[in-house]
Structures are given as C-alpha cells and as structure tokens.
Write a protein that binds this ligand. Structure first.
Ligand code: UT7
Length: 348
C-alpha cells in the first residue's frame, strides 16, 4: 500500500508543481483629481522656485483633490469603477479589496470597505494596509498570496493617498513633493508563467524618527495644542530619507533580479516609486537599466505615496506587452521598502 502511495505521489507531484497558481495582473484603473498645483503656484505660497523643484526632484506639477468631504475613497472608487469596466467584471465577483493608504477617509472603518460598498462589491471582504510609499507593493504581494492559495479568484489591490490632507503648505521641504491620486489593479489566477513571480520586502521601525506624522494617533490624539503646533502634518528629514531610499531601493531591486537570474538587459520596464527623480536615476543605473525603460510620471503627479506605482502602470499600460519583465520597487516611511518581479500578462 505504501509503495502504491509513493508511486502515486511521484506520478502526480511533478504535474502539480508545473501547475503552480500565480497571480496575474489582468487590468489597471486610475484616477487623478482635475486641479493642477504647479511649481509656479507653489512659488507664491512658499519660498521656492520652479528651477529648484525641477532640478532637485523632477516634479513640475501635482494634482490636488478639492471639494468638501472628499477623501481617499473618492479617488479609490473612481479607480476601481474604471477597473471593473475595463476588465468587464461584475462587482459581485470580487472576492477581496485591499487598499494601501496612509490617508484613510477615517481612522476606521477601512477605506477599502468604503470603496467596496460604493462600487457594489458586496461579496468581498476588505482591509487597508499602512506602509506609506511601499503600501502598494506590500498590498500587491499580500493580494497575490490570496490568489496563490487557490481560494480567491478576483482580488483588487488599490493604492492611493490624498496627501494634501496631511501636508503643511507652509513647509517648503515637503509641500513641493506630494500630490493626490489613486490607482487599482485586478489580480486573477493563472497557471502560465505570468504575474507576480517573486518579491522581497523589508521594514525598519528605526526609520520612524525621520519620516512620520506625530499627532492624530493613539500616542498623541488631536488637541488644540497639537493642531496649533502643526503636528498633524508630514514631518520629513529629507536628506536622511534620501540616503536610505537610494541605497535600499537599488539594493533590493538588484537582489530580486539576481535571485531570478535577470540582467538589466532582460528587464523591459522598471516601475519605481516616484519620490525623487534622482533616486529613480540612481536605482536604474545600479540595475543596468537605461532611461528609456524607466516608467516616469513624477513630473505631472509628484509623489502620491501609495498611488505612484498603480498610476505608473495606468499611464504605461498601452506600452506594456505580454511577457515583459517588470521590476517594481519602492521605499518609504516606516522605513518600508521592497521590490517585486512581475511578468506582464496581457497586451492592451
Ligand atoms: O516617498 C517617501 C520617501 N521620501 C523620499 O524618498 C524623499 C527623499 N528626499 C528627497 O527627495 C530630498 O531630500 C528633498 C527633495 C526632500 C530635498 O532635497 P535635498 O537636495 O535633499 O535638499 P536638502 O534637504 O539637503 O536642502 C538643501 C537646501 C537647504 O538650504 P541650505 O540649508 O543649504 O541653505 C534647504 O533649506 O535646499 C533648501 N530647500 C529648498 N530651497 C528651495 C529645501 N526645500 C527647498 C525648496 N525650495 N522647496
């Protein structure tokens, strides 16, 4: 009997390995608000110049969500509605929505829940992920695991932030960087060699001192004093964060490539978090990737935190071809960072 079981195992196990379920990205949706905040306009708000912002960051303008009572879910709903339309998916088919954001509509309930209710995804369970600029890549890997389990068939991963709600427009070191926007991707199972192939993620809480928002959490709830002291805004020690971002984003991208036997020439696209063009240039150089293969839209949206990567995929979707090797990389508050190797699964 034991012998029979062994024979059965060896006959069928290799086939099972070949049929590994992967999570393929099968569509992208996105939304950016209409209002454009240009460098020229910022020149009137703080002591800065278009020349300084452009040369130090690569940003020319960013979008701002205006309107009373509109939060991140407003942009997420638009992005997901577009995604459902493009992928011809009924909201009732969606199993799970994960939303990466550090600017949820409210501390609770989760913004993913608000998005699901509005788009009619009433069969889905939903939760948020808080990992700042790495939020989308953490959420993408998490979503992929639910698909790889074989239990879930349609997972939506949303990444977006209304950064204007936590930016001090009197602080020239931060207000020039950030903008508002949101993107979303659909993950579905495939047994072909496409989708999320590999990922590496890291976190280091010692980095919290360099990039944070001090008030509004359980350690320092909102008080008149905390508001007066402008503690409900992003605090960043820019040059320190810059140094950590440059080395960690490049190192982790190199690591995921090495682990998968990929050289720079094997990569069709690098999709890097859009924090600073100089960080992106260094990462690409380190990976041996030429500028024409680097997705870039920082000039028009700035840093939308969890929104940057899905918005890149949204902007570049038409240029992506089935089988393209894409490296997605991010670094952000936490510190959090990581890189994902994706084999693109469709031509649009
Ligand atoms: O996405 C989340 C992770 N965040 C990042 O990856 C951001 C990483 N950091 C950065 O992108 C850059 O550090 C910044 C864009 C934030 C700043 O650029 P920098 O080249 O690192 O400038 P710095 O902070 O070293 O400041 C250099 C000078 C300072 O003046 P002094 O002290 O040399 O006289 C600043 O006060 O530039 C000054 N400065 C500005 N000048 C004009 C800072 N901000 C501005 C500004 N306009 N907006």
């Amino acid at each position: 009997m034991l012998g029979f079981c062994r024979a059965f195992y060896f006959l069928f196990e290799p086939k099972k390995a070949m049929n590994k379920i992967r999570a393929a990205i099968t569509g992208v949706g996105g939304y950016v608000p209409d209002y454009v905040l240009s460098n020229k306009e910022l020149e009137k708000m703080v002591e800065t110049t278009d020349e300084w912002i452009t040369s130090r960051t690569g940003i020319k303008e960013r979008r701002i969500l205006k309107g009373e009572g509109l939060g991140t879910s407003y942009m997420g709903i638009k992005a997901v509605q577009q995604l459902l339309e493009k992928t011809k998916t009924s909201p009732l088919e969606v199993d799970l929505i994960i939303c990466a954001t550090i600017t949820p509509d409210m501390p609770f309930p989760a913004t993913a829940n608000l998005i699901a209710a509005e788009v009619g995804a009433t069969n889905a369970f939903n939760f948020d992920i808080s990992a700042a600029c790495s939020g989308f890549i953490y959420a993408l890997t998490t979503g992929a695991k639910f698909i790889e389990s074989g239990v879930y068939k349609k997972v939506i991963v949303v990444g977006g932030d209304k950064m204007s709600s936590i930016i001090n427009y009197q602080d020239r070191t931060t207000c020039i960087i950030f903008g508002d926007g949101c993107g979303a991707v659909m993950l579905e199972p495939t047994t072909e060699h496409f989708g999320i192939i590999d990922s590496i993620h890291r976190s280091d809480g010692n980095g919290a001192q360099f990039l944070n928002m001090k008030a509004g959490g359980s350690r320092m709830p909102a008080t008149r004093e905390s508001v007066d002291a402008r503690l409900h805004y992003v605090y960043q020690e820019g040059s320190t964060v810059f140094k950590f971002a440059v080395t960690n984003m490049a190192d982790i991208s190199a690591k995921v490539m090495e682990r998968n036997g990929l050289k720079g020439s094997d990569i069709a696209w690098l999709a890097p978090h859009q924090a600073n063009k100089r960080i992106i240039d260094y990462t690409a150089e380190r990976m041996g990737i030429t500028e024409d293969k680097v997705m870039m839209n920082i000039e028009k949206y700035g840093n939308t935190t969890a929104g940057t990567i899905p918005l890149l995929l949204w902007d570049y979707e038409k240029k992506l071809k089935k089988g393209d090797n894409i490296i997605i990389a991010a670094f952000g508050g936490g510190f959090t960072w990581g890189a994902i190797y994706v084999k693109w699964g469709y031509n649009s």
